[in-house]
Design a protein around this ligand. Structure first.
Ligand code: NAD
Ligand code: IPM
Ligand code: MN
Length: 323
């Protein structure tokens, strides 16, 4: 398997090496193709990601991505949004499962539509007014709903929308309900504001959530807080041909360069890569190693610990080598 490795900016450069060490410990035969993309490169070279980079990435089987700092104004297209589009990675799968140190007990997955909504890039800008188009299609709604409904072991689907205000959400909701009925999946629907409330009030009631792009983005940071933070929250961007794995978090400029970023979100993203590639036993070993170090208090400062990014990585790899 050939994996494109894109550490990106800020803490992306600190946590991705740990994820690669973990992959190498369980899958030494894989090939890793490093590509430097992001805002730091843009500042140096005037390009954040070139066509050539994209070609190289498409010659790989999948991508391990860190995070990229967005420029203060949209002076060039977002690298991560370009990648999601170019790889047609239409399903953003974000699992939230509590560990020994989580403040709440939850176990659910957000399936976030990853290709359209306000992210479609159709914007009309004048000095005094900006119109951002929200595009929702039957096709994209159907494929994310099908992805969510085909989750193994699914118990209940929660369809999150704002159909009381937006016609686009009416379409999304109706398509999701159609797919749920056809798949024989128990479902409920919830307005996104109520969802934001219930996610904090009684998060254990959720199992599988499907929603549109921007709502999924916002709800996933909220969900991360339930399990202990962004430092613990991995994600996968899945298409029919390619997949890209990345932490939910960004480049965290407030802590970048200090060696204290929590690498677990990146490591668990690598675990999702292993699952996607069919290496279930290897994925399980990675999860067990992470659970082990968490329960032994080997934690970075975001979780109240004193350990550095590198230390956490070393302990995870040591645990993997002993199992
Ligand atoms: P962020 O996710 O980078 O950070 C939010 C907060 O969480 C910060 O206080 C940060 O220190 C903390 N945090 C995040 N990850 C952590 C980790 N692994 N360990 C410990 N603490 C962690 O969000 P932000 O600050 O709003 O965004 C920073 C930049 O990242 C922005 O330019 C944003 O656009 C970008 N971003 C990129 C991606 C991506 O490339 N996939 C995702 C989200 C944000
Ligand atoms: C995420 C990020 C991205 C998004 C940004 C950086 C474009 O917040 O992956 O959650 O909004 O999808
Ligand atoms: Mn986000």
């Amino acid at each position: 398997m050939r994996i494109a490795v894109l550490p990106g900016d800020g803490i992306g450069k600190e946590v991705v090496p740990v994820a690669v060490d973990v992959l190498q410990a369980v899958m030494p035969e894989a090939e890793y193709v490093y590509i430097n993309v992001g805002n730091e490169r843009f500042m140096r070279e005037g390009t954040a990601m070139s066509e050539e980079d994209l070609d190289t990435i498409k010659k790989c089987d999948c991508v391990l991505f860190g995070a990229i700092t967005s420029p203060p104004k949209k002076i060039y297209p977002s690298v991560i949004l370009t990648l999601r589009r170019e790889l047609d990675a239409y399903a953003n799968v974000r699992p939230f499962k509590s560990s020994a140190i989580s403040p709440y007990k939850v176990d659910f997955i957000i399936y976030r539509e990853n290709s359209e909504d306000l992210y479609c890039g159709i914007e009309e800008v004048t000095d005094d007014q900006v119109l951002s188009t929200r595009k929702i299609t039957r096709h994209a709604s159907e494929r994310i709903a099908r992805k969510a409904c085909s989750r193994p072991g699914l118990q209940k689907l929660t369809i999150v929308h704002k159909a009381n205000v937006l016609r686009s959400c009416e379409l999304f909701r109706d398509v999701c309900i159609g797919v749920a009925k056809k798949s024989g999946v128990p479902y409920e629907e919830m307005l996104v504001d109520a969802m934001a409330y219930n996610l904090i009030r009684k998060p254990s009631q959720f199992d599988t959530i499907v929603t549109t792009n921007l709502f999924g983005d916002i709800l996933s940071d909220e969900a991360a807080a339930l399990i202990g933070g962004l430092g613990l929250s991995p994600s996968a961007n899945i298409g029919d041909r390619y997949a890209l794995f990345e932490p939910v978090h960004g480049s965290a400029p407030d802590i970048a360069g200090r060696g204290i970023a929590n690498p677990i979100a990146a490591v668990l993203s690598a675990k999702m890569l292993l699952e996607w590639a069919g290496y279930r036993a290897k994925a399980e070993r990675v999860q067990e190693a992470v659970d082990h170090i968490i329960s032994h208090g080997i934690l970075t400062p975001d979780l109240g610990g004193k350990f550095k990014t590198e230390d956490v990585g070393l302990y995870i790899v040591k645990n993997l080598e002993s199992t």
